[in-house]
Design a protein around this ligand. Structure first.
Ligand code: ATP
Length: 129
């Protein structure tokens, strides 16, 4: 009979956490390497961060910019995941496959438009001053 000490189960929890983190990191690296839109948003994020640094943003504005950048990239990764699942389920043309891909792409577009508006609202008044 095998007894599990409390430190064994804590080791397992830490190992599982590290494994889950590694898989999630591999997802980000894969997305950045394979997905054109993820690459585009990563470059755009760098441009926005440099522009923010040169312009001089408040703490609150940096919080908003950080959240917006993270959400756009997270949505792109989710969109890529939906595309993979749809392609795994069917290689044939199917109206539901189209809807699934277009809905996921629509979600990215909605937030991309909102993030562009947020960017203009934060940066434009400072550049016009
Ligand atoms: N299996 C499918 N069935 C129906 N429509 C699809 C399917 N896969 C993609 N589409 C639709 O085709 C349009 C273009 O999709 P997408 O940009 O993913 O290209 P694709 O058709 O998968 O081809 P490619 O992989 O060469 O770019 C989108 O409207 C998408 O929803």
């Amino acid at each position: 009979m095998k007894f599990c000490s409390r430190s064994d189960s804590r080791d397992d929890t830490v190992k599982n956490f590290i494994k889950a983190f590694t898989y999630a990191w591999m997802g980000i690296v894969h997305g950045a390497a394979q997905e054109r839109n993820v690459k585009f948003h990563l470059v755009a994020a760098i441009v926005v961060i440099v522009a923010g640094w040169l312009t001089g943003l408040s703490r609150f504005e940096w919080i908003v910019i950080t959240a917006v950048i993270a959400l756009v990239i997270a949505l792109e990764l989710m969109n890529a995941a939906v595309e993979r699942v749809v392609d795994l389920v069917t290689q044939e043309r199917h109206p539901l496959a189209k809807q699934a891909k277009d809905l996921a792409a629509g979600a990215v577009l909605v937030f991309s438009i909102a993030s562009a508006i947020i960017g203009v609202l934060i940066f434009l008044p400072k550049w016009l001053m």
